[in-house]
Design a binder for this molecule. Structure first.
Ligand SMILES: C[S@@+](CC[C@H](N)C(=O)[O-])C[C@H]1O[C@@H](n2cnc3c(N)ncnc32)[C@H](O)[C@@H]1O
Length: 285
């Protein structure tokens, strides 16, 4: 009898181990909610780039050069990188000499942003980082010439909701660059990663055209698209002209120590390293 109990106990432990491995290692906390995902990225922020080992040549070839080319008709394009992590996309793009625009990088893991600030210090005058959830982008509609979101949709609770936000803030004629998780582990991310055709079909439900899937890495396809509608405007604009309050969607004003919402009276502080901390926003007492 004792051996049966021990056997069941052992089986239970193995099952628990496998469940934990799936939830924490493969899914990186995505089924446990955004707070857990952010916590896990905060823990691994310092080691992140060592683990990823980006090749500067590949980063230029697959990201920096094609994105800069797609924006070459705009004198100073404005780009938003959602889930920017340690600043991989800003770095790849700002290194391109023809690109004379600005980049805003947004992420939910504060320590990833702290790493990003350090790793992109040479471009600080053309870069702003914002601590905020991708599901509620604090910008006006039709604002950016390009919106990018790499290797991140599958870690959000509802990738479709994030896509709605990415497309909302992209201006007509603007470039969307995102990724879809593929490969072996994608099958273990139900509801977060999608078969190639299904992801394309999902994008077709948005005001997007010229949708192109490009085989990229073992785990990710790159996906390019253009927002439909008559191209207009474009280019860099000052932050107070494009930032909106994530609490009430009112227009934000620059205050001495951050951004202030005159409608709901929330203050969003700017930290010492320059990161705008939307997540820490609270009403002024
Ligand atoms: C695999 S990393 C990719 C980082 C970067 N895009 C790159 O390609 O190196 C995923 C990033 O998504 C961020 N992330 C996950 N969920 C998020 C959310 N709901 N809002 C904003 N960022 C999120 C994580 O904090 C992490 O930095």
């Amino acid at each position: 009898m004792i051996w049966v109990a021990l056997g069941f106990g052992l089986l239970g432990l193995v099952a628990l181990g496998l469940l934990a491995y799936w939830q924490l290692v493969i899914a990186e906390g995505t089924y446990l909610g955004p707070r857990i995902v952010a916590l896990m990225y905060n823990w691994s922020a310092k080691a992140y780039e060592r683990i990823k080992q980006y090749s500067p040549g590949d980063e230029q070839w697959f990201l920096g050069i094609p994105l800069a080319r797609s924006l070459e008709l705009i004198p100073a394009p404005l780009v938003l990188d959602v889930a920017t992590g340690t600043g991989r996309l800003p770095r790849a793009l700002l290194r391109q000499p023809p690109f004379e625009g600005r980049v805003i990088g947004l992420d939910l893991a504060r320590r990833m942003l702290a790493e990003a600030v350090g790793r992109t210090a040479q471009f600080a005058d053309r870069l702003t980082y914002i601590w905020q959830d991708a599901r509620n982008l604090p910008f006006d509609d039709d604002t950016f010439d390009a919106v990018t979101c790499l290797e991140a949709l599958e870690f959000t609770p509802a990738p479709r909701e994030v896509l709605v936000e990415l497309v909302r803030v992209l201006r007509p004629g603007g470039v969307l660059l995102t990724t879809n998780r593929v490969g072996r582990d994608a099958k273990m991310l139900p509801g977060r990663a999608f078969p190639r055709e299904e992801f394309k079909d999902t994008l077709r439900q948005f005001p997007l055209e010229d949708i192109k899937v490009q085989v990229w890495q073992m785990d990710y396809d790159l996906v390019w698209a253009i927002k439909t509608g008559k191209p207009r405007g474009g280019g860099v604009r000052p932050l107070p002209e494009i930032l909106r309050c994530p609490t009430c969607t009112g227009r934000l004003k620059r205050a001495t120590d951050g951004f202030h919402c005159p409608s709901c009276h929330c203050l969003y502080p700017i930290a010492e390293d320059g990161v705008i901390e939307m997540v820490r926003g609270k009403p002024l007492s």
